[in-house]
Write a protein that binds this ligand. Structure first.
Ligand SMILES: [Zn+2]
Length: 183
């Protein structure tokens, strides 16, 4: 399932050969790692999606400025995680509602943050189930949506899966749609 462990060199080589094609491979291989890390840091699904998107954007911009030799020698996973943390620090710094001193308090404590993120997700799931909300997922795209999303309406019945909760969809391996951002 986790193909990142044995594939970093292949992806660095693909990036060095063709940045656009290589970046698509990088995104496919690392989006789950970055998103789950982002969720641990942020604690909220929507914030984690924003942070993951910001990190990939930063990564692409950085790669665009690197020469091939530098790209080929990158250790992709730690490099991406560093970018993610920098993007998060930047978001925290620019969020006026959050005091700067929280940065130092939160950074060394990612595990504890992860536990609270899970608790928060559980509460969220429970309230959704009580409200009777349903989600639709496609096994061709691996994405789960609100039923009102344009992507959800494109799912053919043969590939459609219904879920009572986003967490259940996540456990089944579906990731949230970037368009409707189910939460
Ligand atoms: Zn959607």
């Amino acid at each position: 399932m986790d193909q990142t462990a044995n594939a970093p060199d292949r992806i660095a080589a693909e990036l060095a050969a063709d940045l656009d094609a290589g970046f698509a491979a990088l995104f496919a291989a690392y989006q789950n790692v970055l998103f789950s890390t982002a969720l641990r840091i942020c604690g909220r699904w929507a914030d984690a999606e924003d942070l993951t998107a910001a990190a990939f954007l930063r990564a692409f911009r950085a790669l665009s400025g690197y020469d091939r030799e530098r790209i080929a020698s990158l250790r992709i996973r730690p490099w991406l995680l560093t970018i993610l943390l920098n993007a998060w620090r930047n978001q925290v710094r620019t969020a006026a509602r959050r005091p700067r001193e929280m940065l130092d308090a939160e950074l060394p404590d990612l595990e504890a943050r992860g536990a609270s993120a899970e608790a928060q997700a559980e509460r969220h799931e429970t309230s959704r189930e009580l409200a009777g909300t349903r989600y639709l997922a496609s096994d061709t795209t691996g994405v789960v949506c609100f039923p009102s999303c344009r992507n959800a309406r494109r799912i053919t019945p043969a590939h459609r899966h219904g879920f009572a909760s986003l967490a259940a969809a996540g456990r089944a391996g579906f990731r949230p749609c970037l368009h409707c951002q189910p939460a």
